[in-house]
Design a binder for this molecule. Structure first.
Ligand code: DQA
Length: 155
């Protein structure tokens, strides 16, 4: 069974308690449970992780080279700062979906730029926890196509 890594960056462990007017009341554990269940229904393994540390995210992205068919990533604040995460993702050859709960383009100007978008196959933002579900559905469709590479390789 193909496995998708779902990687979450700093402060996302506080989801549900942190600025709920921006990020909502759904917790990260609830997002994870919904995603694992959806993965099972679609025949995809979901390896869901969160860290507050940039280097740990880099290590996980490198691990994905061996273990994952695709990556869904919400790098949180590192989205806007991390060349190290951009470089690690550039060395991953499968599809990458960047997800943000909030619409980063509606927020402060420093959130409008994403290093990760340079290498993401696609970006979903502003749809709350549903963004992860939509990303996983796209992954399932893309990974199931025999010529999936043709659709996502240009990046
Ligand atoms: C976020 C948006 C980022 O700008 C912010 O730093 C986060 C969460 C989101 O999911 O909306 O921590 O990635």
């Amino acid at each position: 069974m193909a496995v998708v890594f779902v990687l979450n960056g700093p402060n996302l462990n506080l989801l549900g308690k942190r600025e709920p007017e921006i990020y909502g009341y759904t917790t990260l554990a609830e997002i994870e449970h919904g995603l694992v269940a959806a993965g099972q229904a679609m025949g995809l393994g979901v390896d869901f992780r969160q860290t507050n540390h940039e280097g740990v995210l880099v290590d996980w992205i490198q691990e994905a080279r061996e273990k994952a068919a695709g990556i869904i990533i919400n790098p949180a604040a590192f989205t806007h700062t991390s060349v190290a995460i951009l470089d690690a993702l550039s060395a991953f050859s499968g599809p990458i979906v960047e997800v943000h709960l909030s619409n980063i383009h509606k927020r402060e100007p420093f959130r409008h730029h994403s290093y990760v978008s340079r290498v993401a196959t696609g970006v979903i933002c502003g749809l709350g926890g549903s963004g992860y579900q939509l990303a996983l559905r796209w992954m399932a469709e893309t990974l199931a196509e025999p010529d999936a590479g043709a659709h996502w390789s240009p990046r």
